[in-house]
Design a protein around this ligand. Sequence first.
Ligand code: HEM
Length: 455
Amino acid sequence: MATSFAPDRSRVPGPSTWLPGGAFWAFRKDPLAFFTNTARTYGDIAGFSFGPQKVYLVSRPEWVEDILVKSAGKFAKGVALERAKVLLGNGLLTAAGQEHLKHRRMIQPLFHRQHVQGFAEAFVRHATAWRDQVTPGATLDITREMSGLTLGIIGETMFSSDVQGDADEVREALTDAVSNFAYAFIPGLNHLQKLPLPIFIKVRKARERLDRVIHRVIAERRHLAGTEVPALRTDLVAMLLAARDPENPNEGGMGDTQIRDEAMTIFLAGHETTANAMAWTWHLLGSAPEAEARLHEELATVLAGRIPTMDDVPKLEWTRAIISESMRLFPPAWTMGRRVLQDHALGSHTVEKDSLVILSQWVVHHDPRWWSEPEAFTPERWMAPTDRPKYAYFPFGGGTRVCIGEAFAWTEAILLLATIAQRWRFVRGEQPAPTTEPRITLRPKGLRMTAERRV
Ligand code: HEM
């Protein structure tokens, strides 16, 4: 078995892995720069090692599609997500194979359009409440604010319960829980995690704290289940309790642990990503006065001062273009891993069984072959048809594991941006620019902006 000190015998060129300062350390230091430099230097497939783990960074849209869609059966979720089982248990994001397909069949109907339509009212109500409590001239930690807002929304749509009061608790616990992400590739981590080391104790405690919040809301939900509270008939926990496998309708529903795992998964997957998309969007708009003016114009024309509804979403084309462009430049899910289950050819290369394939939205979304002036914030590029390859843009992944919450997220982001931008704009002024914090999601760190009232 190769070690991190053995030469890399791969025929696929890539960065050195056996010198101190090699791939793993470069990745640890700055994962975005490491992936970008690797792809730009070695091309659409680059091979390297993280310790004994052979890794391929794949950056050609056609191959991204092949791995996620056409040949998806030859790939399984990557090691980092398996580590996430510590937190998420065996929910949709972490389940594999037939088990995943079964969960997916049961949960998919929860995210159909008619349900998202039902949630739209909650999106706007939370956005309105948020915009009402902002004071002119206040300097806000935008990432934190958006996280609190989307947490309140997922709390209500999931549990018909207000968990916004727990936002700080959940955010801190999440930060602790994801703090070991960069260590996810360390061989033997599963065993190491059982040791009483401070970092692992922190993660375990974080899970306990998150569990407490979730169990409390599930208990509230069960307590209210028999009552005539209309909202409870359509919330996600109610739907999870009622969900059956359409292929085996006589089989029972999900047990308590499964519901906890699915709830935790949707709870986490469903707020941090959208919060980051919103935060980056405010950051970008803050330095793009023309795009911002066009947004205000669209809101005035489509909404004429009233609060938006689900019916307005298809009409808010520029609003959508802004969000598309924001998720291109700062994809909240910036990288995805897949374990190779059997040897597979990508062009003239072979990725071998047990290697790890990394697809990075960050790399592909900034590739000058598909995006002219890739670093520029240009929502216009989304207003016209294009012949760029489909998987030059994949913020929600693809294939059978595509984000189940995609329609939910688009609707939420468009309605939040529209509702808040009707009233406020945010300026960075003399505040320092935020930095990118690539953890499980790509967070803007240190994004402080001052609220200016528009109307
Ligand atoms: C801007 C917002 C969002 C982004 C960028 C995003 C991105 C993604 C991506 C890239 C994946 C696929 C991961 C992989 O294949 O390895 C995924 C899966 C998933 N997402 Fe999202 N997501 C967002 C919002 C949401 C929301 C709002 C929910 C739920 C309310 C959600 C729930 C899930 C779940 C449950 C999965 C696992 C699906 C499966 O494996 O079958 N996401 N998301």
